[in-house]
Design a protein around this ligand. Structure first.
Ligand SMILES: [Ca+2]
Ligand SMILES: [Ca+2]
Ligand SMILES: [Ca+2]
Length: 389
């Protein structure tokens, strides 16, 4: 064989090895559980732009590059699963303006807290379909109010399936909202959810579905029925001036723990022992992001409250500085659990001073920390930050 040919053959062998090395280093660039890039989860769709939990909001999240879209599920009177953030639909729909439903206004207890308004479980799906979504957050664009309907889980699964093409799969990340509340109404969510997922053939670990819940018992039940990935959500109430977590009902512990008089709270669930318990029935955790990296304020006047450090007349995240990260991501990964943190939002008042008004800086910080996914109201920003990294 001529020497030049031998050299070329050697080069052919060397090149794939170099490519392999390049790929390996790229994978190593993300300190996630599986080494892959963190997932961008369109939280309630692209809810920073359009009224949450509408097909239009989910569609926008998909267009913006989200890997998953996230419907919260509640049940109607006739047992249909629809996407709303709460059983109480007063703030997210135009129901209060409908004279035909005026008499449905009532008071109900949700997780021990009395609420007055209109509740999904007092409406049939046909009645829900006459309502239109509204923007619940005052700081966000209300110009789409009254335009979009309330989708069912099936419509959302159809949207994701239709949008999955060209090698890209859009996952659906349903949350079972207030499982104990729904069980008490004889409108349990779990079997209804499993039946619908079965229609789509989604029962495997690699199915494009992840189910999340703040409660524990329903996740344990789901584990006996499906191999679809399950996520234990971890809530909190507030972050103190010094950056420590503040727990208060109903965000202090899973509501099924309250009913069962189980003393464990969300802080206990994030200890190494707590994470080991979670690993027995779930694949990942979905913690409120201050558990991973909290901010702390300044209390120079010692009134127990954070001061307006930048002097803009408001006290918010811009007056606070980041503390060092906690061990939660490290400990969760050590337990074999992935970590999907919530909620990432672009509004300047929600960004600690370290980020200097750049929401992408926050994502970069959490990606570096090793989170495996982010629940984002602004999926385009989460995707852009992932590309820059
Ligand atoms: Ca949710
Ligand atoms: Ca103060
Ligand atoms: Ca301020």
């Amino acid at each position: 064989m001529p020497r030049s040919l031998i050299l070329r053959s050697a080069a052919l062998i060397v090149m794939p090895l170099a490519l392999l090395a390049a790929c390996a280093s790229l994978r190593g660039a993300y300190p996630t559980l599986d080494g892959k890039a963190p997932l961008v989860i369109g939280h309630r769709g692209a809810s920073g732009y359009l009224p949450e939990h509408t097909l239009q909001s989910y569609q926008k999240a998909i267009e913006q590059g989200a890997d998953f879209i996230e419907p919260d599920l509640v049940a109607t009177k006739d047992g249909e699963l629809i996407a709303r953030h709460e059983p109480n639909i007063t703030n997210t729909t135009d129901v209060a303006s409908k004279p035909e439903f005026a008499s449905r206004k009532t008071t109900r207890k949700v997780d021990g807290i009395e609420e007055t308004g209109w509740f999904a479980s007092d409406f049939t799906l046909a009645e829900i379909k006459t309502l239109r979504a509204v923007q619940p957050m005052k700081e966000r664009d209300a110009s789409f109010n009254g335009q979009f309907g309330i989708p069912t889980l099936r419509e959302i699964l159809d949207l994701a399936r239709t949008a999955s093409k060209g090698g890209r799969t859009i996952g659906v990340y349903p949350e079972t909202k207030h499982p104990t509340y729904h069980n008490d109404l004889k409108l349990g969510l779990d079997d209804r959810l499993l039946a619908i997922l079965a229609e789509y053939g989604y029962a495997r670990k690699d199915s494009p579905v992840i189910i999340q819940s703040f409660e524990v018992a329903n996740l344990k039940y789901l584990r006996t029925k499906t191999q679809v990935r399950l996520v234990q959500l971890i809530d909190g109430d507030d972050v103190a001036v010094d950056g420590s977590m503040v727990l208060a009902a109903p965000s202090d512990k899973p509501y099924d723990f309250v009913v069962a008089k189980d003393p464990r709270d969300y802080i206990a669930m994030l200890t190494p022992a707590g994470l080991k318990d979670i690993k027995a029935y779930a694949d990942g955790i979905g913690p409120w992001k201050p558990y991973l990296m909290a901010s702390q304020g300044v209390d120079a006047n010692k009134d127990g409250k954070a001061d307006d450090v930048n002097g803009d007349g408001a006290v918010d995240e811009r007056d606070r500085k980041l503390r060092a990260p906690s061990d939660v991501v490290k400990n969760a990964h050590a337990a074999g659990l992935f970590v999907h943190a919530f909620t990432f939002r672009n509004e300047p008042r929600r960004l600690a001073s370290d980020y200097q008004n750049d929401p992408k800086a926050e994502y970069r910080m959490f990606y570096k920390l090793g989170v495996d996914g982010v629940f984002s109201d602004f999926p385009d920003t989460a995707v852009a930050a992932r590309l820059e990294k």
